[in-house]
Design a protein around this ligand. Sequence first.
Ligand code: CMP
Length: 220
Amino acid sequence: MDNRALLKRVPLFAVLSEEQLDIVARVVVRERISKGREVFAAGEISQTLYLIIAGRTKVQRADAEGKEVILAVLGSGEYFGEMSLIDDQPRSATVVTLEACEFLTVRKDDFKRALTMNPELANVIMRGLVKRLREADMKIESLALLDVYGRVARVLLEFSELEGDRRVLRDKLPRQDVAKMIGASREMVSRVMKGLELDGFLVPQEDGSILLHESRLSNL
Ligand code: CMP
């Protein structure tokens, strides 16, 4: 698939005209990064916006002792690296691949040119930032007001999909990563998930997925 066809799969650029898409397609660079690699680290000086074509990444921050918190998991069609391009500050977080990933990268100058070329693009970026702020608000609420059962339940629901009238968790979600999303230990997450399973809130399926009892989990 050529760059132009790949760009069309990224909602961020859906507002571009065919002509503008051609211009952007000429300047993007394709990049493949294997699983478990750092795309960039918090604090680095930034030059690039990343559009995810395939695979998932996690956005995280760590303290001086290496204790990590996962701020978000981003998948295909989403993008990252826009914040520091907008405010010219260092990278606000570290991004690590959770799977083998394919990206299209846009250099800072080309991104700024695209923004002036089509003002609607600035609107889409703004809506994207507001969405991230809303999700961050939910996370702050969860960390401040919910106990660890409620926090685990929220993460499981967030990563699940509705299939007919069943809510199913298909993504492989390592307990260590759940722990880093909610500020708990991996052992605590394992204990909570076992408890939720015993109480019938979670029902593991033969294919490795987990059936979730949405109404019961939402009330935790
Ligand atoms: P930037 O600061 O350039 O580098 C890190 C990127 O992670 C940032 O741009 C955003 O694209 C992304 N990011 C930072 N914080 C969040 C968050 N809370 N939710 C989703 N993505 C984020």
